[in-house]
Ligand binder design. Structure first.
Ligand code: PMP
Length: 438
């Protein structure tokens, strides 16, 4: 049976007249899954969504990551309400910012100092500026398929070889800017070494998601980050970790402090960009790093960065409240347990229906790829069946399961998901797989 989503369609048609593309972020459109009206949600609570037509969904999008406690978590809602009652924006410093900065530094010790901004994009963009100010160099090296927000420098695609400069990934980005970016394949230490050998004197920073969340969930191979840090520093460049997705996702701390990497000191970055979870569902970003590097930032140093909304009491209060819940014992274990049960169920259902599926799970997050090869880099993730994914996505939506409309995005568990939700989801997956046309 197909769900009735008449009102969503009406709202979408209206949106198309007033909002470019009908959406305020392209990832919300259904373009990548063959088109159609995206679902207009009306209410969210815990693990659930209700759309404008009254349909209920179990949500695994978690707003692309931030909603790790589920929707409208009472502790976060209370903190936001209190902040709103005390005035939402001051334009002056507040003590809350100190509290939150201290909390983040305790969890991520590579950051001696932090600065709050409003989005992951801003955080990443600024780390690049700071790295350039510190090193006096121009170029950055990034990894194919890692998404770092929509600022000019990081929207540059791979060139045709490891030592080739990038080409713009978006109209409006000049070839001059693209010539400052080098893209190499993830998990390919030789390609990085070659790029550093070739461009090293001019490289300000190497930027990476230490655990990838943007072409599925992908971990670096053993020793990759250690070598990345070593070679980058030998070249006189800085290491920047984009932990906008990965921080507080797998444990109480960033990926750089996670148990996957026992030698934390050897993989410590100079700068870290944060966002998503640390805002508890309100807009936020932050960046931080070694004191001597961060001291480049105005008003102390010559690298300028500012923000009217930065450090606003509502976002900071929501962030503190979210971290307070995440800190409680057992929180991450619950996410892991739910994800384990769900991925087991999905794998069994795929096997039963003879569907080639690779599942990459890291703690409470995982990705599903329609293929029978491993996913170690962006190319692996591209070489998967987009058509099957589109069918899967749309059939699952009809079963009341809300996923991201892109084969590259992860499923995120929240503390609100309970075993009955997982069982219901496995049931939906079984039904969906049996209906898929190959
Ligand atoms: N970095 C990473 C790793 C991300 O996943 C994202 C967003 N998906 C960003 C940066 C950009 O964050 P924002 O959308 O808050 O600007």
């Amino acid at each position: 049976m197909t769900m009735n989503r008449e009102r969503s369609e009406q709202h979408y048609n209206e949106a198309l007249e007033h909002i470019v593309g009908g959406v305020n972020s392209p990832s919300r459109s259904f373009k990548a899954v063959g088109g159609g009206a995206p679902v207009f949600m009306e209410k969210a609570e815990g693990a659930y969504f209700w759309d404008v037509d009254g349909n209920k969904y179990i949500d695994y999008l978690a707003a692309y990551g931030p909603i790790i406690l589920g929707h409208a978590h009472p502790h976060v809602t209370k903190a936001i309400t209190k902040a709103a009652q005390n005035g939402t924006l001051y334009g002056t410093p507040t003590e809350l910012e100190n509290q939150f900065a201290k909390k983040l530094k305790q969890a991520i010790p590579s950051m001696d100092k932090v600065r709050f901004v409003n989005s992951g994009t801003e955080a990443v963009m600024t780390t690049i500026r700071v790295a350039r100010a510190f090193t006096g160099r121009r170029k950055i090296i990034k990894f194919a398929g890692c998404y770092h927000g929509h600022s000019d420098l990081v929207l540059v695609a791979a060139g045709s070889g490891p030592s080739t400069l990038g080409i713009p990934d978006s109209a409006g980005i000049t070839t001059n800017i693209a010539s400052e970016v080098i893209t190499v394949p993830f998990n390919d230490i030789d390609a990085l070494k070659q790029a550093l050998d070739h461009w090293g004197d001019d490289v300000a920073a190497v930027m990476i998601e230490p655990i990838v969340g943007n072409f599925g969930m992908v971990t670096p191979e053993v020793g990759f980050l250690e070598k990345l840090c070593l070679y980058t520093r030998q070249a006189g460049a800085l290491v920047i970790y984009d932990e906008v997705i990965s921080a507080f996702r797998f444990h109480y701390g960033a990926a750089q402090n996670y148990k996957l990497f026992p030698d934390h000191k050897a993989i410590e970055p100079d700068l870290t960009a944060l966002g998503k979870i640390i805002g508890g569902g309100l807009p936020i970003g932050a960046y931080g790093g070694k004191k001597e590097v961060m001291d480049q930032v105005a008003p102390l140093g010559p690298a300028y960065q500012a923000g009217t909304m930065a450090g606003n009491p509502a976002s900071i209060s929501a962030g503190i409240a979210c971290l307070e819940v995440l800190e409680e014992p057992g929180t991450y274990q619950h996410l892991f347990d739910m994800a384990d049960t769900l991925t087991e169920g999905i794998k069994e259902a795929a096997e039963h229906n003879n569907i080639a599926l690779t599942v990459n799970q890291i703690g409470g997050a995982f990705s599903t790829h329609f293929c029978n090869h491993e996913i170690k880099n962006y190319e692996d993730a591209q070489n998967t069946d987009s058509e099957l994914f589109s069918q899967f996505f749309k059939l699952m939506l009809n079963e009341g399961i809300n996923l991201a409309p892109s084969k590259y995005e992860a499923w995120f568990l929240t503390t609100a998901h309970q075993l009955k939700d997982i069982q219901e989801t496995i049931h939906a997956v079984r039904d969906t797989f049996s209906k898929m046309k190959r």
